[in-house]
Design a protein around this ligand. Structure first.
Ligand code: ADP
Ligand code: ZN
Length: 529
């Protein structure tokens, strides 16, 4: 008898026990399943490892019909289907790697009602024949996995996801779920709108990973810093070191090997056999350090990864959080460590400038980078900054570098006031607003064409901030943005004051800034106030 014969109409808890062997539901799982089994739509935001899969698999097993799972990663599809089949579930997938005969077999099984779960890639659904096929059978639930891919704001946008908005019309009466581990408020709003889930119930789990300790330090001698960090993790600790380029992956892996560390490289440019062999050594053996590009990690289920290190600045907080989230999935203490430097920022700004895409796209990439830098430069708790970015309020954690060893700070009140009053003046006296670059030029007394044209060299604040470098000013701006003192608006990222700015202007708020921000490796330190 198939799992479907056994479980249709059954109790979710029995299905959980019999099919998966779990004793009970975790977190919101039971509530989500009850809601969906009852026919409701759901938006599920849960961090990686929290257990999203059972929230759509169990309804698919309990409700009559086949659960349709839309998933962007073909490799993951294989693994998930294999694991389900091993548990006695009738699961299959449709994708481009199959032969026509294999596809026909899956289609027949679906139409005869023999499938509990059917996985498809989003691009398959745009094919008219697939859509027609699905309409001839019976669906129990539609689950859109990695739903943040529909968001143009996010870092994983996939155009095929946009077409998923009309699933409600194509399959009326079938409950729909959108699931993701990546969701800032903006992404959450966007995916709800684009997937037309306005009537859905939202289940938002905490994104906190309390067992992960966050540590971020400026690059001074990156290799030595990495080596010291890896050695401090002790023998037998498995970890992932993320680097931006293939070349840096190979050089770093070779360097660590030369220091007696069991390091292996992984990037998309290596032969498939090498990648597979390195990956299986990482999964199987103790204490392997995988040096990789971000091509590595999605769908890797290794619970005892003790550390994730970034030797290059990630492009966004979302990406950083997803990558660091691969550490400590067993709940034991783990560390997320990163070294970043001015070179990273310069390199990324160059990549953004050179990237294809319109102005607003580049603007968005720039905002992602700024949010990432704000995390690096915060004098407050890293976790609080991270969770705040995902819209989750929290207290200082006591388990990150800034909580454990409060950083050396300088008083940024006066520079903050200079910047804020420049913005206020331009607004009040001339009805103008500008982005960070031009405001910093005014403060530093730059003689640019634009300053002359606008007559900004006659402002009283012109040149009053020449004591700080351009980089230092940018850091001031990022911190004010991260703390909600400033907001960036519109396509040009023009800066405006937010409510807490009043207290700063009156001198009633403190604006502590890190001393070690992006300048340790440069020579501009002596210019600090
Ligand atoms: P996500 O998709 O949210 O990253 P998964 O669905 O892959 O998470 O689940 C993460 C891990 O937790 C898996 O190993 C899964 O078997 C396990 N898991 C999920 N739900 C439960 C539960 N109720 N009880 C025990 N283990 C669970
Ligand atoms: Zn903290």
């Amino acid at each position: 008898a198939s799992a479907r014969d056994d479980h249709t109409g059954g109790d979710p808890r029995d299905v959980l026990r019999e099919v998966y062997g779990y004793d009970g539901f975790r977190g919101d799982q039971a509530a989500i399943i009850e809601h969906v089994v009852g026919g409701g739509d759901a938006v599920v935001l849960m961090p990686t490892g929290a257990g999203k899969s059972v929230t759509y698999q169990v309804p698919a097993l309990v409700r009559p019909g086949t659960g349709l799972v839309i998933s962007p990663l073909i490799a993951l599809m294989h693994d998930q289907v294999d694991a389900l089949v091993a548990n006695g579930v009738h699961a299959a997938y449709l994708n481009s790697t199959q032969t026509p005969a294999e596809r026909a077999g899956v289609e027949r099984a679906y139409l005869s009602g023999d499938l509990d779960l059917l996985y498809v890639a989003p691009e398959r659904l745009s094919v008219a024949s697939t859509s027609a096929l699905l309409q001839r059978g019976r669906l129990s639930v539609i689950a859109i996995d990695e739903a943040h891919c529909v968001s143009q704001w996010g870092h994983d946008f996939r155009p095929d996801y946009l077409a998923l908005g009309d699933l409600a019309e194509r399959f009326p009466g079938v409950p729909r779920m959108a699931l993701t581990a990546t969701a800032t408020r903006e992404t959450h709003r966007e995916l709800t709108e684009r997937l037309r889930l306005s009537d859905a119930r939202h289940f938002v789990a905490s994104f906190d990973r309390p067992n992960i300790q966050y540590r971020i330090e400026p690059k001074v001698d990156p290799r030595r810093q990495l080596l010291a960090f890896v050695r401090a993790q002790g023998e037998g600790a498995a970890g992932i070191v993320y680097a931006l380029t293939r070349k840096s992956v190979e050089q770093t892996a070779a360097f660590l090997q030369g220091q007696g560390i069991d390091a292996l490289p992984y990037h998309a440019g290596l032969p498939a056999e090498t990648r597979a062999a390195n990956q299986s050594r990482f999964l199987r053996d103790d204490g392997v350090v995988m040096v990789a590009t971000i091509a590595f990690g999605m769908g890797i289920d290794k619970p005892d990864v003790r550390f994730v290190a970034h030797i290059d600045l990630p492009k966004s907080v979302e990406g950083y959080y997803q990558e660091t989230g691969r550490a400590g999935r067993d709940g034991e203490p783990a560390t997320a460590w990163m070294a970043y430097g001015l070179g990273d920022v310069v390199q990324q700004r160059r990549l953004i400038d050179a990237s294809p895409g319109d102005r607003s796209y580049k603007m968005r990439l720039g905002q992602h980078l700024d949010a990432m830098l704000a995390l690096c430069e915060t004098v407050g708790c890293r976790r609080q900054n991270l969770l705040g970015y995902f819209g989750e309020p929290s207290a200082a954690c006591g388990n990150c570098d800034t909580c454990l060893e409060p950083p050396d700070t300088w008083d940024g009140l006066v520079p903050a006031q200079k910047l804020l009053s420049t913005i206020v003046r331009l607004q009040r006296e001339r009805g103008q607003s500008f982005g960070a670059g031009h405001l910093i030029d005014i403060l530093r007394g730059a003689g640019t064409e634009r300053i002359r044209q606008q007559g900004h060299d006659t402002l009283t604040t012109y040149g009053i901030g020449a004591d700080l470098s351009d980089q230092e000013w940018r850091s001031v701006v990022r911190q004010l943005l991260a703390r909600g003192i400033l907001v960036a608006r519109g396509e040009y990222g023009t800066l405006a004051l937010a409510e807490p700015a009043g207290a700063v202007l009156k001198g009633e708020a403190q604006v502590p800034l890190r001393r070690d921000v992006l300048t340790r490796a440069t020579s501009s330190r002596q210019r600090r106030p």
